[in-house]
Ligand binder design. Structure first.
Ligand SMILES: Cc1ncc(COP(=O)(O)O)c(C=O)c1O
Length: 393
């Protein structure tokens, strides 16, 4: 018999059996970096449409070709997808000029990062090395796997490769580096990165998270390094430039040996047929890619002019978001939420006083600018806040 909403609920067990009860340390860590500064439901305005500039998504949405592919693949939803996304794998391999066996797909790069920990770490005495202000998932995974994370200070909000190299010990298995980095938007120099990768000891694997590399014109030549047998794995996602965040698909490129280990650790059919079809179409849709990149470039210039006009401190970014430090940032954040504008407070990311703003459409950025002016006036009533559009350079 189907249960209706009036059906009596199953009584909750008083205590979960020991093996099922969640490890409180894991839950606390996990939720704290993915949650907002405080529950936002009570702050959100009832009538205003929300402007979401908080998750570095593509404001233009999926490409027209991807939308078409999604509709077509949805009609085949009763069929299982290819086990390891073989069709898409061949296509990506031919685009990159590598062998298909070097590519592994995952349920977003989130899953690929978890698989990397599975295949790289054997016991809790082993270590991972990462820069201080990077994507929180790296530390979450280190905690989950019970290994030690050596967290290395940045230099000017940019990963310090020399310090990362010095932090490596005989116990290090993984170095995790996002380039461009989230949340700072900075990148490391290509030549320095190649030299760093080449100089790594053989027991260390470098995981280069390139979630935002589509937004730079000259990404580092990592494919060549991998082909030379240097232990590097590159992670790419369809969640950012390609606007497919909800479909959860990304890929890792590595040597065949590393890719094989990861493929063995992954579960069959970990990406859906819809995601595979959409990803292939998105890769083919160069027009949408160009348009999305232009939106980000123009939006970044607009935001920089705005921050200059308002006298705010920001970190120059090469990705689809910018980090700013308005005085009394947490109050400014709340005032923005009250106006229906969501940006990311970096308080729980170890950067109190900083906010991260995703570059949206021109209309969204225009509304953000108006709301930011209002928020600053509210939080700093005695300070003159310039009105009007920021002037061009
Ligand atoms: C640097 C970085 N890596 C990985 C991810 C996760 O991406 P995905 O949606 O592919 O799991 C993100 C998401 O914001 C990110 O910023």
């Amino acid at each position: 018999m189907a249960l209706s909403s009036d059906s009596p609920k199953t009584p909750r067990p008083k205590r979960l059996p020991g093996r099922l009860s969640p490890n409180p340390r894991i839950l606390k860590l996990h939720l704290s970096s993915y949650r907002e500064l405080c529950p936002i439901q009570d702050l959100l305005p009832r009538r205003l449409p929300l402007i979401r500039l908080d998750a570095n998504e593509n404001a233009l949405g999926p490409s027209p070709l991807a939308r078409k592919a999604i509709r077509k693949a949805a009609a085949e939803s009763h069929r299982y997808p290819e086990i390891a996304g073989e069709g898409l794998r061949d296509f990506v391999a031919s685009e990159l000029g590598v062998r298909p066996e070097q590519i592994v797909f995952g349920n977003g790069s989130t899953e690929l990062l978890e698989l990397l920990f599975h295949v790289s770490l054997r016991n809790r005495h082993e270590e991972v090395v990462l820069p201080r202000h990077s994507f929180p998932l790296y530390e979450i995974l280190a905690q989950r796997f019970g290994c030690r994370a050596r967290v290395v200070p940045d230099r000017n909000f940019t990963a310090d490769l020399e310090m990362l190299r010095e932090a490596i010990t005989p116990r290090t298995r993984l170095v995790l580096l996002a380039n461009p980095n989230n949340p700072t938007g900075t990148r490391v120099d290509n030549g320095a990165l190649v030299a760093f990768a080449k100089g790594l000891p053989p027991h260390v694997l470098l995981a280069l998270d390139e979630a935002y590399a589509d937004f730079i014109d000259d990404p580092p030549p990592l494919r060549e390094i991998i082909q030379q047998g240097i232990p590097v794995t590159v992670l790419r996602t369809f969640s950012k430039l390609h606007g497919l965040a909800s479909l959860r698909i990304g890929y890792a490129l590595a040597s065949e040996e590393i890719a094989r280990a990861r493929q063995k650790a992954s579960l069959p059919t970990n990406t859906s047929g819809i995601a595979q079809a959409a990803a292939m179409a998105a890769l083919k849709d160069k027009r949408h890619q160009r348009k999305s990149k232009k939106t980000v470039r123009d939006g970044r210039l607009y935001l920089e002019r705005l921050f200059r006009q308002l006298g705010l401190c920001w970190v120059p970014s090469c990705a689809n978001f910018v980090m700013i430090r308005p005085p009394r940032a947490e109050e400014v954040w709340k005032a923005l939420v009250r106006r229906g504008v969501l940006v990311r407070s970096l308080h729980s990311w170890g950067l109190p006083g900083w906010l991260r703003v995703t570059i949206g459409t021109p209309e969204e950025l225009h509304r953000f600018a108006g709301s930011l002016r209002e928020a600053l006036r509210k939080v700093h009533p005695l300070q003159p806040i310039p009105a009007g559009e920021p002037e061009g350079d």
